[in-house]
Design a binder for this molecule. Structure first.
Ligand SMILES: Nc1ncnc2c1ncn2[C@@H]1O[C@H](COP(=O)(O)OP(=O)(O)OP(=O)(O)O)[C@@H](O)[C@H]1O
Ligand SMILES: [Mg+2]
Length: 363
């Protein structure tokens, strides 16, 4: 069993606004092990960035962590003072932010920006730090790095700038890298290159990664496990194989159904109709119910518990209750299931059982 680096337990975060309390994160549990990549997937506003900003101690001023715990190698991060966060941030947990341009200083040479954490955190000499910066530029695939170490950010293309951002994030050898939509601003070919680069660096360094994306399509090549978020909650989590090929939550079905694959032509893609709920007043039942054509009566009344399908697979949907009617998922999902069941016939023999939310934390 590999070592647990991060554990998020019963996290609840609100934002105080003029209109009231935005309940952005509602009872989130997940963990991350050494060398593992966990993908956080969900539509805009589902709480991916807020969750990870809480881990970095970088929540907005109007945020309040109402309850819960975030443990990094056993150390509690909730309530930690800014001085202690500065010790961890960057050097132990690093983050690539959603917009790569805003995380680079346009007035500073890139060599200096990459080397700075070494000079600041590790008291390295300038010469040595520049040497390491050059090595890192080579590692992230900036061609002819030596000739460009004194260039400024605007002299690079979008894809190269993202590589610089990755170099800065990784220079201090953090144990956890949080990559918040690191490829969305890039074209598909460059996206693939950046993802390959992150995997390569991970294989060399053993860094654990939280990879945030709204696109389930990019997850397969990146992650070991997936947590699907909706309206501030994790509605389904499992291995990549379980989420792709044996998904149980209608929201996950919707995400998969709206994703282009080699089999489906663009014409058959169906975006999920409707919009997420207002988190100023989250619904009392299942937050996805109004957009869910498989919704049951109970979904309006009561939030579903997690139902456990395997040691790693959990989904919060009443459809898994033993009393629920059998429904037919969308055709594309049925095809995935058929293949999965052929390979894992045992899954049809078991009735998923409701469990406490904390059960999704692995040993
Ligand atoms: N400072 C803030 N004040 C009030 N509400 C906020 C604040 N920051 C975030 N929120 C709300 O918290 C919720 C979660 O936001 P978050 O940024 O985590 O979404 P996300 O999943 O990262 O979305 P995206 O894919 O668009 O980046 C949203 O409803 C958002 O409006
Ligand atoms: Mg975000």
């Amino acid at each position: 069993m590999s070592e647990k680096i991060l554990e998020v337990n019963d996290l609840k975060i609100n934002f105080h606004t003029d209109n009231g309390n935005v309940q952005a994160i509602r009872d989130v549990y997940f963990d991350l092990k050494k060398g593992e990549t966990l993908a956080l997937v969900g539509e805009s506003g589902s709480g991916k960035s807020v969750t990870t900003r809480a881990i970095m101690g970088l929540l907005a001023k109007n945020a309040e962590i109402e309850r819960g715990s975030i443990k990094f190698k056993g150390e509690e991060l909730v309530g930690l003072d800014e001085k202690s966060f500065r010790r961890i941030r960057g050097s132990e947990i690093a983050m690539i932010f959603q917009d790569p341009m805003t995380s680079l200083d346009p007035t500073m040479k890139i060599g200096q920006q990459i080397a700075e954490p070494l000079i600041e955190h590790q008291n390295m000499s300038k010469k040595e730090a520049w040497h390491r910066a050059l090595e890192m530029m080579n590692l992230v695939g900036i061609p002819n790095a030596e000739a460009h170490i004194n260039d400024y950010p605007h002299q690079f293309s979008g894809g190269m700038r993202q590589r610089i951002v990755i170099a800065i994030a990784l220079i201090d050898s953090p144990e956890v890298l949080i990559a918040d939509e690191p490829t969305t601003a890039l074209d598909v070919t460059i996206q693939a290159q950046i993802i390959d680069l992150m995997k390569k660096i991970q294989a060399e360094t053993g860094t654990s990664i939280i990879f945030i994306t709204h696109d389930l399509g990019v997850v397969a090549g990146v992650a070991d496990r997936v947590a699907v978020m909706y309206a501030g909650q994790i509605v389904e989590t499992g291995t990549v194989d379980e989420i792709y090929n044996y998904p149980q939550h209608p929201y996950t079905w919707g995400l998969l159904n709206s994703m282009p694959t080699t089999q489906t032509s663009r014409g058959t893609l169906e975006p999920i109709p409707g919009t997420p709920p207002d988190l100023l007043n989250p619904p009392k039942g299942d937050a996805f119910a109004p957009r869910n054509r498989y919704a049951l009566k109970i979904d309006e009344e009561q939030q579903p518990p997690y139902f456990q399908l395997s040691p790693t697979h959990f989904a919060a949907t009443w459809l898994l209750d033993s009393r629920a009617p059998k429904v037919e998922p969308p055709l594309t999902v049925q095809q995935r299931w058929a293949k999965y069941i052929a390979e894992h016939p045992e899954v049809t023999q078991q009735q998923a059982q409701p469990v406490e939310a904390s059960a999704i934390l692995t040993e």
